[in-house]
Design a protein around this ligand. Structure first.
Ligand code: PAF
Length: 289
């Protein structure tokens, strides 16, 4: 595995691979890799001949009072695991490479509406930061296929929209969430949980499963008020378990708009604070037509 910091070195390596008729897969990450990230890399290896992984903790997607300064970092362990999986290039750009000018003067990529919902409401700057950095990384790596986790469902939907709207010739692939055996979605932020909170944390996925089962039993989205009742009950349950729910919402897979009567391909999205960790999770639900 080659570690590169400069865009010129990255481009030279990618063009050499292309000269050998290799396809290029890309996995963007912020490091502190866990089994969920490793699944993304395995998926990239299955889909492309040459795999680039980036590690860059992107400041523009963190709010003023968020955990940018304390974001967990495990560079040696990350590099070891990526090399073991057969990653070709580990791209480690510096801040001046990703944002050469003043941050306030930087061009931003913004996906309207869908980027303002849910996590976008709670973290207004977050998706601007994600789409801006992902679009810069796409231009630097120029992959054929880019791999993202389904755990960040709204992020994945927004990146798909950006790729379509800006006509990037990139296939975007979502990979299933990897969970602990108790059902907690793996995340670098799980490291902020205490031992007791770690026992409570799987309740988030359980509450989504409960809503999913109730929707399937009724085999339809009955009405806006019936959905709100299910969402409110789940929030109340989570509050009892010590969570501070930010949103639980049943929406349409395609555009993440709130589900309406007649919709059948649904996803339930949730975010909740548990102690110092902000947890997000989701579950897809297919109702019979
Ligand atoms: O999902 C992440 O880790 C980040 O949002 C990403 C896609 C690497 C952009 O910084």
């Amino acid at each position: 595995m080659n570690k590169v910091q400069r865009v010129s070195s990255l481009r030279a390596a990618v063009s050499a691979a292309r000269k050998d008729k290799k396809t290029v897969g890309f996995v963007p990450t912020m490091g502190n890799l866990h089994e969920g990230h490793l699944e993304l890399v395995r998926s990239a290896k299955r889909r492309a001949d040459f795999v680039v992984v980036s590690i860059y903790v992107n400041p523009t997607q963190f709010g003023a009072h968020e955990d940018l300064d304390n974001y967990p970092s495990t560079p040696e362990e990350d590099a070891r695991m990526l090399a073991e999986l057969g990653t070709d290039i580990l791209f480690l750009p510096e801040k001046t490479t990703m944002y050469p000018g003043e941050l306030e003067e930087q061009t931003v990529v913004y996906v309207p509406k869908i980027g303002d919902l849910y996590c976008g409401k709670d973290r207004p700057e977050h998706f601007y930061g994600v789409t801006t950095v992902v679009s810069r990384l796409f231009n630097m790596v120029q992959p054929d296929v880019a791999i993202f986790g389904n755990k960040d469902y709204q992020q994945l939907t927004i990146v798909r929209r950006m790729v379509e709207d800006l006509a990037y010739p990139i296939q975007v692939v979502g990979v299933d969430t990897v969970r602990s055996k108790e059902g907690l979605a793996l995340s670098s932020r799980n490291g902020y949980l205490t031992a007791k909170e770690r026992l409570d944390a799987p309740a988030l996925q359980q509450s989504l499963q409960k809503i999913s089962e109730q929707l399937k039993e009724r085999s339809a989205v009955a009405s806006k008020s019936a959905l709100k009742k299910l969402e409110d009950e789940a929030k109340a349950e989570l509050k009892k378990r010590g969570f501070k729910p930010q949103y639980i919402t049943v929406c349409r897979q395609a555009d993440l708009k709130p589900a309406k009567k007649g919709d059948t391909s649904l996803v339930i999205l949730a975010a909740a604070q548990l102690g110092k960790a902000r947890l997000i999770d989701n579950i897809e639900v297919e109702l019979a037509d």
